[in-house]
Design a protein around this ligand. Structure first.
Ligand code: URP
Ligand code: ZN
Length: 449
């Protein structure tokens, strides 16, 4: 069955064109004008006054993430459905092995957890320790097609790496040509601050951001860049939140080091005033890194405009209020993370494109094209071109909503964007040529899957 989209404006990272798109066997087979005259027997979709985006690719989500307060609120099924509502057709999650577990065994287990995923998905592998076989295990991942890895400099009591292990992992990935994602926060120093606050009886959530200052993110960014340079390893710094970090990223990029940077909508649009209030008002914002100052928001927008930040992910990792209560008496125990997979494109459209900070083409570049390029999916994904996958979003730029946990599709009773107005939404979403969302709603067939 073939489908023809007519009258829409195709938005790619490099240009926008008014053209028809013919889809056959899950791929884009032709792009041109007046295709309707030649192809009469197709299902026709009229995209007049609409944009056509390549499906969004979210490089950073955590579905079904274990924590002492239970699993994060979205599993692969619910979280990926929410992603489709937001125009994201591919998510990249993580494999986090348990101590002693082989990378391959952990990968098999994670794939089982992801089996009901409703979008395309891919995984970054997270080595949490070093052992003699690690070089070979990393090489095996590469052979299996898993070319991106993620390590944590924070969370030293569980999955965080010490510098010597971090360097060994970088050397190993450097040899294979993979990409290393790093969560940059100085773990030991942060743990010290956290413990000090608790000893002083400072237990509330407002101490979460104070225990993870911007300087400790920047210091970790600098260290990761230096180590990656010595190890000849391509670096991708996740969820950059602070102005201070940007300085080191810029310097490395200028001297030609392969360093990519990602930020998230929460670090562009929200600030640390959200930590003023009682537990119920502030717990949703407990995430790492924490929200920063308005000056940081502005510096991140500027870095996006200058091309110093290449991607925008969500770090989607929602927890319900009851789960957050696990740390009501001790902020160290509040599960870290917030949901956002559903709102990435509409927030960036509203507060980026409509406010003149980025163009529509940059929106596509940041949320799809660059992600596909960095993680080896391009040009199959990340662009609207003949031969590419028909993962497409028909975007209505005029629709408006007020974001609320009462109406969102994420499986969580908190929403960090509660009350914000967003303009623009996914009206139709196509996954490998199949319509999975129509008139802003998942199709009956998608819901049955
Ligand atoms: O607070 C966050 N970001 N939670 C998810 C795990 C991580 O650190 O990325
Ligand atoms: Zn994360």
């Amino acid at each position: 069955m073939s489908t023809l989209i007519i009258n829409g404006t195709i938005i790619n990272a490099d240009k926008s064109i008014l053209a028809d798109v013919l889809i056959e066997d899950g791929k884009i087979s032709k792009i041109g004008t007046n295709l309707q005259n030649d192809f009469k027997d197709n299902k026709i979709i009229d995209a007049k006054d609409r944009y056509i985006f390549p499906g969004g690719i979210d490089p950073h989500v955590h579905m079904h993430l274990p924590s002492p307060a239970g699993y994060s609120a979205d599993d692969f099924e619910t979280g990926s459905r929410a992603a489709l509502y937001g125009g994201t057709t591919t998510i990249i999650d993580f494999v986090t092995p348990k101590k002693g577990q082989s990378l391959k065994e952990a990968l098999i287990q994670r794939k089982e957890e992801a089996k009901d995923c409703q979008t395309h998905y891919s995984l970054h592998m997270s080595p949490i320790e070093w052992r003699d076989s690690m070089d070979a295990e990393i090489e095996e991942c590469i052979q299996l097609g898993l070319k991106s890895f993620k390590v944590y400099m924070a969370y030293k009591d569980s999955i965080g790496l010490n510098d010597d292990v971090l360097f060994k992992v970088m050397q190993s990935i450097g040899k294979t040509g993979g990409v290393l994602l790093v969560h940059c926060e100085m773990g030991d120093e942060i743990d010290e601050l956290r413990n000090q606050f608790i000893e002083e009886g400072k237990t509330s959530s407002k101490y979460h951001p104070l225990s993870r200052p911007s300087e400790l993110e920047a210091e970790a960014v600098k260290k990761a860049i230096d180590l990656a340079d010595r190890a000849n390893c391509t670096l991708y710094i996740v969820h950059v939140s602070s102005k201070d970090s940007l300085k080191y990223i810029r310097e490395a990029q200028v001297k030609g080091q392969k360093v990519f940077a990602e930020t998230c909508p929460q670090y562009l649009l929200l600030d640390d005033s959200k930590y003023k209030g009682n537990f119920e008002e502030t717990a949703a914002y407990v995430m790492s890194p924490p929200l920063r100052k308005e000056a940081d928001n502005n510096a991140l927008w500027e870095a996006i405009q200058k091309g110093e930040i290449q991607t925008i992910g969500t770090d989607h990792c929602p927890f319900n209020l009851e789960q957050k209560r696990f740390g009501e008496m001790d902020f160290r125990k509040i599960p870290n993370g917030a949901g956002g997979v559903e709102h990435r494109t509409s927030l960036l459209h509203t507060y980026g494109v409509l406010e003149g900070k980025i163009s529509l083409n940059q929106l596509v570049e940041l949320t799809s094209t660059n992600v596909a390029k960095i993680f080896g999916m391009y040009p199959q994904k990340g662009t609207i071109a003949e031969g590419s996958d028909a993962d497409l979003v028909i975007w209505n730029p005029e629709s408006e909503e007020v974001i609320s946990s009462k109406t969102h599709h994420m499986n969580c009773d908190l929403n960090i964007y509660e009350g914000l107005t967003s303009k623009g939404s996914a009206e139709l979403v196509m996954l490998a040529g199949q319509v999975v969302l129509e008139n802003g709603k998942l199709t009956a067939e998608t819901l049955r899957r």
